[in-house]
Design a protein around this ligand. Structure first.
Ligand SMILES: [Zn+2]
Length: 160
C-alpha cells in the first residue's frame, strides 16, 4: 500500500487482495477532507475483506469526499451486489472494464471514466452512459465489444 498526503487530501493505492490483512483499514481518516483510493492493483476481495471494507467506509468522515479510482471489474461487481459498498456521496471516478473482440476473441481491458463514459444520477438528471465507440482490436482490427452486461454493471450510477 502506498499513501501520499497533501494537506487535507490523502491518496492511497492498494495492491493485491482486500482481506483481513489489508492495512488500509488501520488508517485514521479523521483529518482528511478528500480521500482518493486507487484500486487498479487490487486482485480480489474476500468476504472478510467486504465486511472490513464496509466498516471502514463508515469511518470516513461525513464531510469528506471519497473517490474510488481505476476500480478493477471485480470491485465494480461488489459495488453492484453488496448494498452499502460505496457510501453515499462517494464516487467511482473510473473503472476497468473487460472488452472482447467479436472476430478473434482477443480480450482487452478498457478504462471507463466518470463524466466521459458515464454520469451519475443527480436530483436534476438521470444517470447516463456513453461507451467508447469504434474500439478496434489490437490484434486483428476487429470491433471490441463490452464483455459485460452494460445495464447491470452501471447500476451503481442510480441514486440510492
Ligand atoms: Zn480481434
Amino acid at each position: 500500500m502506498n499513501t501520499k498526503i497533501n494537506g487535507s487530501l490523502i491518496e492511497i493505492s492498494l495492491e493485491g487482495p482486500i482481506s483481513e490483512k489489508t492495512s488500509l483499514f488501520d488508517i485514521n481518516l479523521q483529518t482528511y477532507k478528500e480521500i482518493k483510493l486507487n484500486l487498479s492493483k487490487v486482485t480480489f476481495i474476500n468476504s472478510i475483506g467486504v465486511k472490513n471494507w464496509i466498516l471502514w467506509t463508515l469511518r470516513v468522515p461525513k464531510n469528506a469526499k471519497l473517490y474510488l479510482e481505476e476500480c478493477p471489474f471485480v470491485i465494480v461487481n461488489q459495488v453492484n451486489i453488496v448494498h452499502g459498498f460505496v457510501p453515499q456521496g462517494a464516487a467511482i471516478t473510473s473503472f476497468l472494464a473487460p472488452y472482447l473482440c467479436d472476430s478473434c476473441s482477443h480480450e482487452q481491458i478498457v478504462k471507463l471514466s466518470q463524466n466521459v463514459h458515464y454520469i451519475y444520477a443527480s436530483d436534476q438528471s438521470q444517470a447516463s452512459i456513453k461507451l467508447p465507440e469504434d474500439l478496434k482490436c489490437a490484434k486483428c482490427g476487429g470491433t471490441m465489444e463490452p464483455d459485460f452486461i452494460v445495464e447491470k454493471t452501471f447500476s451503481f450510477l442510480k441514486k440510492s
